[in-house]
Design a binder for this molecule. Structure first.
Ligand SMILES: *Cc1c(COP(=O)(O)O)cnc(C)c1O
Length: 358
């Protein structure tokens, strides 16, 4: 049953059944188990409900960024493998073992330290073009001996431009194949694809896929083979209504001026909630399924909307991200209106907004 939002000024509705349908769609398309990426509190949506819901698609395990995030997953009852995808320092080794987390390593020094401190499950990080983390694809000789001593359970790489058709995905994958064949033995679990790469082909050429943003409702652009359902819906209530005369200006800086008699609604959400200040005069919200523009600068706790001609009252709910009836404001559209990627829009939603999942 959906928890009540009657007493909330602003919140994020998390549609867990849409999340699960997005996951099932990806798993069916890829033909291999998912390793859902749930780092950064499941991209800001709330990791506990997200992993409980994703159990429905029987994932192989989960991916996080840090050892602490992995420990948090154990805390909410996850017993599947949990991979930590940023390089961990030896200071985290004790925590990794205590929480039975799987580190990813891409340098001989850390692999040696891991073996020396007791070893355990690990995956080899191969950098094929990101130049961010992992061992360069053409340097496998540096770890060949260690890989023989303590074979990794998996090896992976990460694409830098999975949603663009510039040949880089094929180039990186070729490098990954070369790197894997240069190892003394093929690690059992190979994985390369993030959301953008998963939707581009079927089935996967590897053993697992690592979707992130698609699960949470963000697609790979209008040309993608299929689209996710929206999952996160940012709602806020109208807390004030004003009738403006032509010539009245709105908000800090007076950057919006009424050109005619105007009905203005103040909604209780602002940049301290993660609804960015730069959405002033460029964002669009939904009220009763109708698009209403942001008027003037977004302030810390309040945002003004031009609702002229739409019947509304104090307490009515406005949608700033997500679906209202047949209308939809995607995280991509919000990002485009304020110069952010949809990843930043979702992960930028602050803790002041309760996550209400159903
Ligand atoms: C975040 C991340 C992903 C998921 O990327 P999306 O574009 O959100 O699908 C996959 N792999 C790694 C290593 C990541 O860090």
């Amino acid at each position: 049953m959906k928890p009540s939002t009657d007493s909330l000024r602003a919140w994020i509705d998390i549609d867990l059944s849409a999340l699960v349908r997005n996951g099932a769609r990806l798993a069916q398309h890829a033909g291999v188990p998912l390793l859902p990426m749930v780092k950064a509190d499941a991209y800001g949506l709330g990791v506990g409900p997200v992993v409980r819901a994703l159990e429905a698609v029987t994932p192989f395990g989960y991916g996080v960024a840090t050892a602490d995030e992995g420990r948090e997953l154990r805390g909410v009852g996850v017993t599947r493998p949990v991979l930590v995808f940023t390089p961990v320092l030896p200071l985290d080794f004790a925590l990794l073992r205590a929480a039975q987390l799987t580190p990813t390593f891409g340098d001989a020094e850390r692999i040696s330290a891991w073996i020396a401190s007791g070893g355990g499950d690990w995956h080899l990080a191969i950098d094929t073009g990101m130049m961010r983390a992992g061992l360069r694809w053409d340097r496998m000789a540096e770890v060949a001996e260690l890989v023989r001593t303590a074979p990794p359970t998996g090896a992976f790489t990460h694409f830098h431009s999975s949603e663009t058709d510039n040949g880089s995905l094929e180039l990186q994958e070729g490098r990954f194949r070369d790197a894997v064949s240069a190892l003394p033995a093929r690690p059992p679990l190979l994985h390369t694809e993030n959301s953008g790469a998963i939707v581009r082909r079927s089935p996967s050429a590897w053993n697992l896929v690592r979707p992130g943003v698609f699960l949470y409702g963000v697609g790979s652009g209008p040309r993608a083979a299929f689209q996710p359902e929206p999952v996160a819906h940012l709602r806020a209530r109208i807390v004030d209504l004003h009738d403006l005369n032509a010539g009245d200006t709105v908000s800090y800086g007076g950057s919006w001026t009424a050109t005619k008699p105007t009905r203005l609604a103040t909604v209780n959400v602002g940049y301290a909630d993660g609804y960015r200040r730069s959405l002033g005069n460029s964002g669009t919200a939904l009220l009763r399924g109708t698009r209403v523009p942001v008027a003037g600068t977004v302030t810390m706790d309040m945002t003004m909307l031009d609702v002229t001609g739409i019947a509304c009252a104090h307490g009515d709910v406005v949608t700033l991200i997500g679906r209202d009836g047949d209308a939809l404001v995607t995280a991509e559209a919000v990002g485009a209106a304020c110069g952010l990627s949809p990843y930043e829009v979702l992960t930028g939603l602050r803790q002041r907004l309760p996550r209400v999942s159903a």
